[in-house]
Design a protein around this ligand. Structure first.
Ligand SMILES: [Zn+2]
Length: 349
């Protein structure tokens, strides 16, 4: 199992809609790239020590960054006009004189319930990651890279913009955040999934096979091993999911990134309609992925528990993904597909 590192600087405030499955047991398969000298060194370790050495690979698992490029509203026009590569220099400048008042007004206009991650918090969080886990061998980012109410903030500050303008700004924000993560851990593979906020048309809205997914896929795939990029781009363009063989020091480990936005009760297309085919197509793809030699577990909790104001608050929409039969099981008994074994879901619901 991989232990999840929590960083106080990153606000984890929402549901996790995207799942990254490590479909292999790190305990048995994660080890440093072997060479004759390292193998000789390993033999000299005690059996217990060697077992411990073989068991742990440091990694960073990040979620729900919710970066807010609108935190200083007076700068937004500059960000719109600049490539993501220049955003850091814009965002490190001293705050605008009216930042507090303008941001408070924006929060009110968009009925914001909290303050998302401004640039300073993003930077301090990245620094905390580097300090606490400087030897991370890979990073996973499981979605929601951009701020809540992104479309409202954008429309309030940039009235008259087109849908295409909005999509371009979302993509640029994704590019910036992912670029910051990669730059902070140079040489470390960063595996990214998108979240329900990370779309070009609105929260929980996404079109399968859309131009947005093609372009977002290019950003996500840019940091993948060259040998995996083409296939990842092809798969991501269909529905925001992909799989690949993880880079060393992981060995023979397959990473499957699922987009469970399509499975959400809140999901709609950009036009506001249903599209059950999107989820069915994704599950069909999932079922033909290589079968894990040794699954982490038969059942993987697919969705984090709803943020509970009370520990006793019941979970409303629990789902599980059964790696035994490739079926999404919902707590309310609703199934997406009739092809799975009934026992997979029935014994859990
Ligand atoms: Zn979130």
């Amino acid at each position: 199992m991989i232990s999840i590192c929590k960083f106080s600087g990153l606000r984890i405030t929402f549901w996790l809609w995207l799942l990254i499955l490590l479909v292999s047991s790190l305990a048995s398969r994660g080890e440093t790239q072997s060479s004759s000298s390292s193998r000789d060194g390993q033999r000299r370790l005690s059996a217990k020590g060697a077992e411990a050495e073989d068991r742990t690979i440091p990694a960073i698992l990040v979620s729900d960054i919710h970066f807010d490029p609108f935190h200083d509203p007076a700068r937004v026009q500059q960000l719109v006009g600049a490539p993501a590569s220049q955003w850091s220099s814009i965002l490190t400048a001293p705050p605008s004189p009216n930042q507090q008042q303008a941001f408070a007004a924006l929060q009110q206009s968009c009925h914001a319930r909290g303050v998302d991650t401004p640039y300073t918090l993003l930077q301090s969080s990245l620094q905390a990651m580097r300090t606490r886990q400087p030897d991370a061998k890979f990073m996973t980012v499981s979605g929601d890279l951009i701020a809540h109410s992104f479309s409202c903030r954008y429309a309030t500050l940039l009235p008259g913009s087109t849908q295409s303008d909005y999509q371009a700004f979302v993509l640029k924000t994704l590019d910036f955040v992912i670029g910051e993560l990669r730059a902070s851990f140079s040489g470390v593979p960063v595996y990214v999934a998108l979240g329900n906020n990370d779309t070009g048309c609105g929260d929980y809205q996404l079109d399968a096979g859309s131009d947005f997914l093609v372009r977002a896929g290019r950003i996500v795939a840019a940091g993948l091993p060259l040998s995996e990029q083409q296939q990842a781009l092809k798969e991501f363009a269909k529905g925001g999911y992909f799989s690949l063989t993880m880079e060393a020091p992981m060995r023979d480990t397959r990473l499957i990134v699922l987009n469970d936005l399509f499975l959400s009760p809140k999901y709609t297309t950009c036009a506001g309609g249903p599209d059950p085919a999107a989820a069915i197509t994704e599950m069909a793809w999932f079922r033909v992925q290589p079968t894990p030699i040794r699954p982490v577990g038969q059942i993987v909790e697919m969705e984090r528990r709803e943020r509970a104001t009370s520990p006793t608050k019941p979970v409303r929409h629990s789902r599980w993904l059964s790696t035994e039969c490739g079926e999404i099981c919902r707590f309310d008994g609703l199934k997406l597909s009739g092809t799975a074994k009934p026992s997979c879901c029935s014994r859990r619901s």
